[in-house]
Ligand binder design. Sequence first.
Ligand code: ZN
Length: 498
Amino acid sequence: MSAAGTKHLLPSRLPQPHEVDHSRLVIAPGPWLADQWLVEDQPGRNPRTLTGICDVADCVTAAYSRPTAEPAQLCYAHYWQWCRAGKPSDCVGWIATGAKPCLARSPRPSSRATPLDLGSLPPAAATEIRYVVGTKVTQGDWTPNRGLRLVLDLLISEVRRDGATSLLERRPEDWVLLIRLRCQVRDFNREVRCYLNTFFSTLQRGVLPDPWAEDKWLWRGCFDRILAAAPGREEANLSWGAIQLPWLRTGAKTLAGMHLKAGTRSSSTLQTWRRGLTALADFLIDEGLLEPRQLDRDVFLDFLTHVRETGGSKQALLQVNTVASVLELLQLEDVVTELPTPVYLRRGENAIDRAKQPRPYPEDVIERVDKLVLADPQAPPTVRCMIMLLRWGCPRVGELVTIPFDCLKHNGSGGHWIEYWQSKTSAWRRFPIPENLAIAIRAQQDQVRADYPADHKSSFRRRRAPTSAPASPAAGLLAASETPSGTCSPNTASPTPP
Ligand SMILES: [Zn+2]
């Protein structure tokens, strides 16, 4: 589903007015909280730079223009009178002698001058309108302008005519239909309907009693609020409804909720969960296995075979691995306890070749490292050694700082290589290194051995948090490397190779 189509998506089940606790609608502060709200902002382009009233005697209209270089100023009507009089250059003289009183006109009521009356609406309806308008205006989606004013006028008059106490009393499409019947605008869809679509999706998302229980997890106006997302962060909606097995759907939602609240899984990972679990649920339903206790390892391996035999893409096969880990998590977190086996896929059972896409450091960064950092005679030897290793082998920085003491290997004929365990990918990494780097690492290790007891397992010294904050990160780095300290934390034992 495209992102455009999901923006106005309504929840699957619309709550009734009596189910909704209106005090939960947190209204953003703004002028809409007042009983009377003059919707429109000041006009954006205001050509009147003059203050005060027209200089013509007995004219009380605001000044519009200063027609000549003289300080005399005129209202709009008298300006055009002056134009019709042939624009006499002696404006002050013309005001005294030529200007006639302008025609009296009754001022037309303007929406710019009459405020919107929210105070006389039923409290629930007023809260709902204030909530939506406050949310949309503070998010920057709506501007208080003539278009919004028109829509709010239509909505409020329809609520009054209908005698409704809340906008939740009718379905959104009924309100749209009612307003359309009485609305006089030329292009209803463009001028009114687009506002109403967003209005009702924002309102209905805001009043959901339990969003976590919904099958559609709508981001805008719902989960962005619950998760207190940073403004502007956009995520796709999550539709759990496609997972046809109820126990799997409920379990997945519970687990996903735990990880979303903890911030340990991204929204795109949860989309992968949903796709993978949908395929698994379809398979289990086809096989007639509707209970969690029937899903053992053999059934799961059948599912893997099924995905392979039906021409599963690499993506689909990756999803099988994801599903296996989700099933294992469901048991670990005690969400679904009836699952019969703790392990669904052993390592390597569904190995998928991933195309490696190394992202090397850019040329100019390498050049600066060589010319500025490594060439700097004042660079501390430990920092120099770390940067040389980083520049040559690009280990993850977390791996660099904990790289074990025995990482340096000798091949017996003068060549050296580096070997260490990558915790992120749970794999060993080995790569050859040039002689000068091997010498630098050897010197570094000798230094560490000289400074620390023999049980220090990391090649680089590590210090706990400094007692006083360093002035800058660079200063901190220098201090950490220069000052030997007894409080080194030995690296935890690395796993043995398989
Ligand atoms: Zn005037």
